[in-house]
Design a binder for this molecule. Sequence first.
Ligand code: AMP
Length: 398
Amino acid sequence: MRILVINAGSSSLKYQLFDMTKHTVMAKGLCERIGLDGHIKHVAEGHDVYESHAPMHNHAEAVRAVIGLLTQPDTGVIASMEAIGAVGHRVVHGGEAFNASVLISDEVIKAIEDCVPLAPLHNPPNLVGIRACQEVLPHAPQAAVFDTAFHQSMPKAAFLYALPYEYYERLKIRRYGFHGTSHRYVAKRAAEVLGRSPEELKIITCHMGNGSSLAAIKHGVSVDTSMGFTPLEGVPMGTRSGSIDPAIIQFLMVKENQAITQVTETLNKKSGVLGISGVSSDFRDLLAAATEGNDRAQAALDIFTYNVRKTIGGYAAAMGGCDALVFTAGIGENHVVVRRMVSEGLECLGMTLDQEKNKSLSGQEGIISVDGSVNKIMIVPTNEELVIAMDTQALVGV
Ligand code: AMP
């Protein structure tokens, strides 16, 4: 079976076509500037990379252009669009309505619409992508896979804020968590690599990329995670502040005469390691600058890794232990120095990093703690698109 995975943004649409017999990507690409002049980059097995500028007025036109590329002889990998057995959509916010992936129906669309106030930048384009695929590929069942669903198992103690309770009841203000597809996948893979059942393990997953979040996964279910009502909460990130004292917002508005939109923009786009270092949001640039003696770049690395380590300690306490610590995403999979800095001092949790394996296994799946380590430190590359494809296949039932 072939499954098309779609991640639709406001003016973009990312896609991957999977061959589910081998779990391989047959073709993938990105449509950008939808509604403007339009740009497509398409990479397909057996063909040269294809790029073109062509106006795409809306997402349905983008999906048609993708289907065209997937089926044409010089760029394609399938004979006709009927070869696409199902479509899986990444949907950012499922609120409290979804604790797992679902096949899309009118009721599901309505429930995703109801979550728009919780993710006003993400859910509307996700819905546009769903409708575009329904229009262009009417034969193919469609599934929604939510970033929030995996964390719906969090207990109230972990998901409620200490705010007036009516804000939760009336406005649904609570912690939801994100990156759920990634946390779920890498925790399951980690258990497989360890040859153990997820039900007998306490795992802390560190998804460290441009956006970063950690999850405490006890006996296969998420019991806490560091992102909250929005992806702004938690550890510092590339450009996001992570958790700060909320009183800073009013202080900035008064002292700097800034509008709330300006402060929010600063917290989302000009903070994190970029804000601290003034150098970059990219952790490779930070390390290069720190190595050359840039104190603020060093401080950014210190602050990031300190906060990740502190969260790991909190989650180990919350779960009553931690059998495995799993690093994933761009930084978690590839950044030797960040993994080393995060792991310093974790001997108190029965886990000792093997400095050589940390280097030699970088970018690969494997155990990077020393052989005698009671609890394990691991790298597991994430693959959110494959999880979306696998969930979709399971829901379609073939
Ligand atoms: P992501 O959002 O998962 O794509 O992760 C982006 C982050 O991963 C950036 O901060 C990069 O510096 C970091 N990253 C990606 N590749 C590498 C690499 N080979 N070595 C070190 N860091 C990397």
